[in-house]
Structure formats: C-alpha cells, structure tokens
Design a protein around this ligand. Structure first.
Ligand code: FDP
Length: 337
C-alpha cells in the first residue's frame, strides 16, 4: 500500500482551509476575506448546479432582456447575477459591486457595508450555454480606501490594485482557480462532498507554449502586428513547429487551458472594434492577475494589462495573455512598429 498517496488522499485541502492557512500568515486579518470567499464559493456551487440542470429545468432560452452591451441575456445569466449579488450583499463584507449584467455599479447600503469591492462576470461565455460547452464565472476583488465613503474611483484604478482574483469553470468538472497574490491554486468541486478540493497547487504557466487561441474569423480586420504574430504561429521562420490552434470561444475555458498547457490567448483590437471585445474590469484584469501570478504576462498592445486605468466600469481592452515568451514576442512586434 502506498501510504504517502493514501495520506494525501485522506488529507483534503478544501478551499476554505487553504484560505484560512493563508490568513494565518497575516495576524492582523479578521477573517473578512474568508467570509467573502465563502460567498463566492456558494455562488459558484449554485451556478454549477444550475448549469448542469439547465436543460432539464428548461432554463435555456432568452429571458427577454438585453444587457448593457446589447447582448441577449439568458435566464442563467440573470439567475447567476442575482445569486452572486445577494450573496455578496448578505456577507456584510462588500461596499461596491460591478457586474457584467448591471449597467450601474451597486453601492451597498451603509448597514451592510464591508471593505471589499467585487467586480465580476457571473456567467461568461454565455453564447456557449445552449450547446453545453464550458462557461464560467470571473471575479476580481479590491479593498476600498474609506469604507464610510466608497466611490467609483475605488473601482476605476489599475488592475494591479486587486487583492485577489479568480474564476470558476463549469466544464467536464467544476474548477475554481484563485490567487490572493501569492501564486495560483486550482480547486475541483467534489460533488459528493460539495467541497472544492485543492487539485492544482501552485499553478505555473509553461514559459513557452505550443498553442495559440484567437477568433480567426476576425482576421480581415486585424492590425499588422496581430496578423504578423498569428502568421508566425502558423508559418514559423525559426525552424520551430507551427503552433496548434485551439479556440473554445469561452474566455474562462481558453484561459484555463492556457494556464495549464501554456501558449497565448488573444482578443485583439481590430478595425471594427479598436478596443477588442473583452471587458477590462471583470475579464481582462482578473485573468491578467492570474496569468502574472502564474509566471506569464498580459499585454494590451500598448502596455501591461494590469497598468490600465479604466475610465468606465464596462470599458473594453485588447488583450494578449499567456506564456511569458509567447507574450514577449508580440510585445516586441508592437514595439517595433
Ligand atoms: P460570450 O460572448 O459568449 O459571452 O466576453 C464574452 C465572451 O463570450 C468571452 O467569454 C469569449 O472569450 C469571447 O466573448 C468570444 O468572443 P467571439 O465570439 O467574438 O470570439
């Protein structure tokens, strides 16, 4: 019998235990973050369950509303948003919430206020719901300067101000990936226990990858640098093998694969959409934070993604993120022209 393996199998590191361990390194911590994280975990479990039952429960289809980006909202988007918003407010630990589904930021009433700000996309990749492809929840967390006087300036600041970020992927398994600024860890939901168990400790993105991930259908509108980079992925001139193309079209799934296998994920700006498609606060920032924490890079075509200072809560930005060397290559192309 392999006693080491057996010990590992019976010593289950749940996400709460992991965060409590992290908390014990900060004697001044009062457990507020753990309480907030528990609400994120609860929301993710709810959405995971709702996504898996979507077909059965006849939750698929349009809710008859459009969100701020003019996209059709699905019932699951509405449901997921409500669950997270109520969980965050109920935790008593948040003061401002910015959701992809809500046009305006939510300012929590004074009696329920705490010092955390949560920016989130409750159900990202929603065009993939009806065909059962992986979708996810993305979140970033900041602290407010003055808990008695929260303002939008507390949110419209560089992504490097975040104190934590993560995502939960509802795929063949339900995986929550989290960073509190001290590396990246992945937890998989054990449905029989209802607990997220540490399955991917200390995720490090390979320094260089063999995969590129982009919507090539937009190629006719790309700028010279993106076109040149993708051309090099397919027809390398340095004797290396061409990269493989993988594109799920669900940011959480594409970034998750990039974190684990390496390579690059691109959603560039183009002639039609100079700022690309992905939203700075609750897509670009949390994913860039995780990629940097895992040893990779994230670039907008102009600067480090986490240095962007958004002017609006639903602002968009081009994004190139992934393995350090792959992103370095595209940075050099943008520098050269
Ligand atoms: P979706 O429109 O399905 O919600 O920002 C949303 C997003 O998905 C990302 O998850 C995904 O990476 C991207 O849009 C896909 O966009 P394209 O369909 O333009 O490739």
């Amino acid at each position: 019998m392999d006693h080491a393996a057996e010990a590992h199998r019976t010593d289950l590191m749940t996400i709460t235990r992991h965060v409590l361990n992290e908390q014990s390194k900060h004697p001044e911590a009062r457990g507020d973050f753990t309480i907030l994280l528990n609400q994120i975990v609860l929301g993710c479990k709810f959405v995971c369950s709702a996504v898996s039952k979507a077909g059965l429960a006849k939750l698929l289809g349009l809710a008859g509303e459009t969100n701020v980006q003019g996209e059709e909202q699905k019932k699951l988007d509405v449901l997921s948003n409500e669950v997270f918003v109520k969980a965050f407010i109920g935790s008593g630990r948040t003061c401002i919430l910015v959701s992809e589904e809500d046009e305006e930021a939510t300012f929590v009433e004074p009696s329920k206020r705490g010092r955390y700000i949560v920016v989130f996309d409750p159900l990202d990749g929603s065009s993939n719901i009806d065909c059962g492809v992986s979708i996810g929840t993305i979140f970033g967390i900041y602290t407010v300067k003055d808990v008695d006087n929260p303002t939008l300036d507390d949110v419209l600041c560089p992504g490097s101000n975040m104190v934590a970020a993560g995502y939960c992927m509802y795929g063949s398994s339900c995986t929550l990936v989290l960073s509190t600024g001290n590396g990246v860890n992945g937890f998989t939901l054990d449905p029989s226990l209802g607990e997220f168990i540490l399955t991917h400790p200390n995720i490090k993105i390979p320094k260089k990858g063999k995969i590129y991930s982009v919507n090539e259908g937009n190629a006719q509108n790309w700028d010279e640098q993106t076109a040149k980079y993708v051309g090099k992925c397919k027809f390398p001139t340095d004797g290396s093998s061409p990269k493989s193309l993988r594109y799920v079209g669900s940011m959480v799934a594409d970034v998750h694969r990039t974190l684990l296998y390496g390579g690059i994920f691109l959603y560039p700006g183009d002639k039609k959409s100079p700022n690309g498609k992905l939203r700075v606060l609750y897509e670009v920032f949390p994913m860039s934070y995780l990629v940097e924490q895992a040893g990779g890079q994230s670039f907008t075509g102009k600067k480090r993604a986490l240095d962007v200072v958004p002017e609006k809560i639903h602002e968009r930005s081009p994004i190139f993120l992934g393995s350090y060397d792959d992103v370095e290559e595209i940075k050099q192309l943008y520098k050269a022209i």
